[in-house]
Design a protein around this ligand. Structure first.
Ligand code: ZN
Length: 158
């Protein structure tokens, strides 16, 4: 016999649930090592939770910034790209959209003032993470850097 647990994440108001992780434990023949979550499982759970929360935030932030600032029309997505951000709980890989400029804005011109037939595109969530790391990571790096001697830092870099 085994016990099974599934940990879900649900953003309030959406009714959408996504599975964060699943845990299984045997009951018969269980040892002390089978009780609770292991360190590796705890890290895995936090990483999965961090990734899903961050991805959901990016979708919400994009939806807020997607309407054209001039006419209000919803701008199209050119593509989704993977970006890695450093957080205090580790690196998190998320998909971020690249949005094409609205048709109400003039097309870019080349050196001869001819239309390049290329529309501007921008990453709508770029202003959120200009350095691709959270302020908490920045603070932790500064704190760690100030507590380690120069010799030790030099050793760690090699
Ligand atoms: Zn527009």
């Amino acid at each position: 016999m085994e016990l099974h647990w599934k940990i879900y994440l649900e953003r309030q108001g959406t009714g959408e649930r996504v599975t964060v992780c699943a845990v299984r434990r045997r009951v018969e023949g269980a040892t002390i090592a089978d009780f609770g979550l292991s360190l590796a499982e705890g890290r895995q759970l936090l990483a999965a939770l961090q990734q899903r929360v961050a991805q959901d935030q990016i979708r919400a932030y994009d939806a807020l910034r997607r309407p054209c600032r001039h006419c209000g029309r919803y701008r199209r997505i050119k593509d989704w790209r993977t970006r890695i951000f450093a957080t205090a709980l580790g690196k998190v890989a998320v998909k971020v959209p690249t949005v094409i400029s609205c048709l109400c804005t003039p097309e870019p011109l080349d050196d001869n003032d001819d239309s390049t037939h290329l529309r501007f595109s921008e990453c709508s969530v770029q202003p959120l993470f200009p350095a691709r790391r959270t302020p908490e990571v920045k603070c932790l790096c500064a704190k760690y850097g100030s507590s380690v001697s120069y010799t030790c830092r030099g050793f760690a870099a090699t």
